[in-house]
Write a protein that binds this ligand. Structure first.
Ligand code: HXC
Length: 535
């Protein structure tokens, strides 16, 4: 290499050696990287594995497409000095962040590293997560958080709390803009639970993940109740009882597979539509099975999941909240390749009636679909709202209104099929024409009325039945009369409240055509700041 500074006219250039610092600098970079990627060291990483968990870096690798992860902020360190933190090295400050591809699509990812100070969240750790979220918002891509943390880093005090709040703020800003997914892969306690709670989907792993505001010891001290981690905040508890978890998995690999599957049904952001998939299933496929369902005795139950699978491409159905409020089933199917959100009353549980949990589950799912341009198919077989003191005192009025609000607000294409019962307020709520269902079908077996025949006759003919010589015979006559008049789709059809009464076997082709037609749907909304959903 020439030393240019010393090269003058007529002067012979002096030869110098390659600058050794360059090689040394690369070595230094490698050394720094090696230190920062070593997590909490071999012992702690071994402990993580012994607990049946992958390490943070293994998790990212297992989630994203091969060789697609670009890490950012690897060399960030804590700036905290109290409690000797200035002398303690915490690799990558306990969280791995960056961008990658999942199924070929760009995403941002963060993975908390429990081997480093228990994955606890200090300010630098939080700001790394915030940067990944900001990047996801700027690029308009989903963000996936892999959580495994002892919560706020106690030594960093209020800065940790501030860090959490910065994340919460971004969760809210990103809500409805980009899909946000949280996988709980270890502990998630205290206020830390609120970041996942603000995201669109929460995944938990059976046996290893726990979420709670306060742990079993504090619960015992505060209320005297005895519980363990699993019953208080394990995966099944949150999947079945609280509804916090949308999906549970038997292992971390299973969890990542499910996340990849879910992402396929979602768009990158609210300005896009989900990408269509190839399908070999004929959009005109008819179904004899659906005719059999329509022919069932109205008192007989069936699983709405079977009906949903029968309608969807390739009989595929990704159920959301599978274990929670099973009287209302929600999830994703594809119709002629397009992603569609399905909601269906499930006669197999609580006769398909709407209760508080079902209303909230349905409302959240409708909101999700509406945020991300996913058309909604509603399958109605509902005898009404579930009665009872517990439901009334639990707030079925306020909380049941959420589903109504969500449907009435949703502007995505909405196609409804009334299969059997559509009684009372629940008829209105379940994407009826009146709250702007776009195309509403009914099977010939549909019964659209204020209430079922028995209940109606008991109320309307109370006095007459009391005075009747043979009340049971008279009741049977009146029930038959009411059934002929109201327990059918034809009064609704006469008023245009259903657009077409269709043979059940034609449901798939009819819905596919309606959704094709509605692709360009546009709705003007009032110029308000935002509505006041009854939360
Ligand atoms: C600092 C923490 C920590 C924390 C764990 N560690 N949690 N360090 N702040 N919050 C450290 C431990 O000191 C230990 O470090 C290492 O992580 C591993 O922890 P262990 O206790 O040895 O692990 P384990 O037995 O598996 O127990 C895991 C645990 C327990 C259940 C998570 O660590 C725990 O209860 N941690 C505290 C949980 C908590 O109360 N967090 C605050 C929640 S309130 P060494 O170096 O000793 O091995 C909150 C508020 C958020 O987060 C508010 C947002 C608004």
């Amino acid at each position: 290499m020439m030393n240019a500074e010393k090269t003058g006219k007529g002067e012979k250039p002096e030869r110098v050696e390659a600058r050794p610092p360059v090689a040394a600098k690369i070595q230094e970079l490698h050394a720094r990287r090696a230190k920062a990627t070593a997590g909490g060291g071999p012992e702690r990483l071994a402990a993580q594995k012994a607990a049946g968990k992958l390490t943070a870096r293994e998790r990212v690798d297992a989630l994203v497409d091969d060789d697609s992860f670009e890490e950012i902020d690897l060399l960030v360190e804590t700036r905290a000095t109290d409690f000797g933190l200035d002398k303690k090295y915490m690799a990558a400050d306990g969280v791995v962040t960056g961008f990658a591809r999942v199924n070929g699509r760009p995403v941002c990812v963060f993975a908390q590293d429990f081997s480093v100070a228990g994955g606890s969240l200090g300010l630098s750790h939080a700001m790394k997560i915030c940067k990944a979220m900001d990047l996801a918002i700027s690029a308009g891509v989903p963000v996936i958080g892999l959580c495994d943390s002892g919560g706020a880093r106690i030594q960093e005090g209020v800065e940790s709390l501030g860090g959490y709040a910065e994340i919460f703020y971004r969760n809210v800003q990103a809500s409805g803009y980009i899909p946000q997914i949280s996988a709980i892969l270890g502990p998630c306690a205290g206020g830390a639970v609120y970041s996942p709670a603000l995201t669109d989907f929460v995944f938990m792993i059976e046996g290893t993940s726990h979420m709670f505001i306060t742990g079993p010891d504090v619960v015992k001290a505060a209320t005297g109740e005895t519980c363990d981690f699993e019953t208080l905040g394990g995966a099944m508890t949150h999947a079945k009882r609280s509804g916090v978890a949308h999906f549970i998995a038997g292992s971390e690999h299973d969890c990542f597979r499910q996340i990849r599957e879910l992402l396929d049904y979602l768009p990158q952001n609210c300005k896009e539509k989900p990408k269509p998939a190839m399908t070999a299933d004929d959009p005109r496929r008819e179904s004899a099975f659906l005719d059999e369902v329509a022919a069932l005795d109205p008192k007989k139950s069936y699983r709405i999941q079977d009906v949903i699978r029968e309608i969807g491409d390739g009989h595929q159905f990704l159920q959301v909240h599978r274990n929670f409020a099973r009287n209302l089933i929600c999830g994703f199917i594809r119709l002629d390749g397009e992603s569609v959100g399905v909601i269906g009353n499930n006669p197999d549980v609580l006769s398909g009636a709407l209760d508080i949990d079902a209303s909230e589950k349905g409302a959240r799912f409708v909101n999700l679909c509406d945020s991300f341009n996913i058309p909604i198919l509603t399958l109605v077989d509902v005898p009404g709202y579930w009665p009872g003191v517990q439901q009334e005192h639990g707030g079925i009025i306020r909380r049941g209104a959420k589903l109504l609000y969500a449907y009435a607000r949703a502007t995505v294409p909405k196609v409804t099929v009334v299969l059997r019962k559509a009684y009372g307020g629940a008829y209105d709520v379940m994407s009826s024409k009146h709250i702007r269902g776009d195309v509403n079908f009914a099977w010939p077996s549909a019964e659209i009325a204020v209430m079922g025949p028995q209940g109606a006759v008991n109320i309307l003919y109370k006095a007459e039945l009391k005075a009747a010589k043979d009340p049971e015979r008279r009741r049977a006559e009146l029930v038959a009369e009411y059934t002929a008049k109201f327990a059918s789709p034809y009064q609704a059809a006469r008023h245009g409240y259903v657009d077409e009464v269709i043979e059940a076997r034609l449901t798939r082709p009819k819905v596919v055509r309606a959704l094709h037609f509605l692709k360009g749907k546009k709705v003007a909304t009032l110029p308000k700041k935002h509505g006041n959903i009854p939360v």
